[in-house]
Design a protein around this ligand. Structure first.
Ligand SMILES: [Zn+2]
Ligand SMILES: [Zn+2]
Length: 204
C-alpha cells in the first residue's frame, strides 16, 4: 500500500478572503522573492486603522484573498540574486510606501509617497500579517539593532502617520487613510495663536 502523502505548508498567514469577510488563518507555501525583491522573516507587524481598508474592501482594486499589514519589521532571509544593496540577516522595516514607479511627476520630485502608482503592502500585495513576506527593495528601510530595541513598529507607525499628514498638507485632496493621520493633520494645521499653540510648539 502506498504511503499517504501529507502536504506540509510551511507558513501561516492571516488573510482576508474577500471584502467584508473576517480574518482567517491559513497555511501557504513560503513565497520566493522575484526580481528586485527580498523575502522578510516577519518579527512584528503593527496593527493600524488603515488595515480596515483591506478588511472592508474600501480601497479600489484590491485582489483577494489579501494579507493586510504595512508596519512590518523582520529579517531578510532571501534575496533576488540581482539585489546587491541589502544582505541576508539584515533587519529591515516596510511601511506604507511599498514601492513606486520612479517615473511619475511625484517620483521625479522625490515625493515617492505620492507616486501615482504607489504600491502599499497589505493592499497592493500581501503585507506583514504572515510569517514571511516578499517586498521590493525600494520599500525597505534599514533598522539598526539599537532602534529595534526601542520598538520599531511604534517608530514605523509614527512615521506612517507623520508622513501621510505631511503629504496631505501638500496634496490636500488626497484621502488620508487613518484616524491617527487626521488627528495629527488637524493639530498641525490649526491656527497657531494663544497659549494652546505655544503648548503645541513646545511639544514638537
Ligand atoms: Zn499604518
Ligand atoms: Zn511615481
Amino acid at each position: 500500500m502506498a504511503a499517504t502523502k501529507v502536504a506540509t505548508a510551511p507558513m501561516k498567514v492571516a488573510q482576508i478572503p474577500k471584502a467584508g469577510a473576517d480574518f482567517e488563518i491559513v497555511e501557504r507555501e513560503i513565497p520566493k522573492p522575484d526580481r528586485g525583491q527580498v523575502r522578510i522573516k516577519v518579527q512584528a507587524c503593527g496593527v493600524c486603522h488603515s488595515d480596515a481598508l483591506t478588511k472592508e474592501g474600501e480601497w479600489p482594486g484590491i485582489q483577494y484573498p489579501r494579507v493586510p499589514g504595512h508596519e512590518v519589521v523582520g529579517i531578510i532571509d532571501e534575496l533576488d540574486e540581482g539585489v546587491s544593496e541589502w544582505k541576508q540577516g539584515q533587519r529591515v522595516g516596510v511601511g506604507w510606501h511599498g514601492g513606486r514607479d520612479g517615473t511619475c511627476l511625484a517620483c521625479r520630485r522625490g515625493d515617492f509617497r505620492n507616486c501615482r502608482n504607489l504600491k502599499i503592502p497589505g493592499i497592493s500585495y500581501d503585507g506583514g500579517y504572515q510569517e514571511y513576506m516578499v517586498a521590493p527593495v525600494e520599500a525597505l528601510v534599514a533598522i539598526p539593532e539599537s532602534r529595534f530595541r526601542r520598538s520599531s513598529t511604534v517608530a514605523l507607525r509614527r512615521n506612517h502617520h507623520v508622513q501621510r499628514a505631511a503629504a496631505q498638507r501638500c496634496f490636500p485632496r488626497r484621502p488620508c487613510c487613518s484616524a491617527g493621520c487626521r488627528r495629527h493633520h488637524a493639530r498641525r494645521t490649526r491656527p497657531r495663536n494663544g497659549s494652546s499653540a505655544r503648548r503645541r510648539s513646545s511639544r514638537r
